[in-house]
Design a protein. Structure first.
Length: 148
């Protein structure tokens, strides 16, 4: 039997769900995190260096395991968005605060978050994350910078 979802704002947009997702990671709130996901069998999540997780049960179990070790201090930076017909794709550079033997450090993850507009509002249907490096802070773009 599924637990009732803690509903993120059902009005608003994909940015609101993305903010709720990262807030849930930072607070270790599994109910809030799972409320960001669409209630669909084929939702998918790939963690850095991990396999493809299909379905809410597998996704929840993976985040439960992570939260058992503490919260995830990931913050989205340099978000690029493409939004069309009830779908929004966000390319995100995540800065993750980690504690190493040398003290606190930043790790970087490149993530793609895909949102669909559902009857319940915008919801996450895919999160795919890959290891990144500090050099990802420098974006490569076809659009030349404009000096004012």
């Amino acid at each position: 039997m599924r637990k009732p979802k803690v509903s993120p704002a059902s009005t608003g947009n994909a940015d609101d769900i993305e903010a709720a997702f990262y807030e849930a990671l930072q607070s270790g709130d599994i109910e809030k995190l799972m409320a960001c996901w669409a209630d669909e069998d084929d939702v998918v999540c790939v963690h850095p260096g991990g396999g493809r997780l299909i379905g809410l049960g597998a996704i929840r179990a993976s985040f439960d395991g992570m939260f058992a070790n503490g919260t995830i201090q990931a913050r989205p930076e340099k978000v690029r968005r493409v939004e069309v017909m009830g779908a929004s794709v966000h390319s995100v550079l995540e800065r993750v605060d980690v504690l190493t033997e040398e003290g606190p450090r930043h790790a970087y993850v490149i993530a793609t978050n895909v949102y669909h507009k559902t009857a319940q509002g915008w919801r996450l249907v895919a999160h795919h994350a890959s290891p990144g490096t500090p050099s990802e802070m420098q974006e490569v773009s076809e659009t030349p910078p404009v000096l004012h």
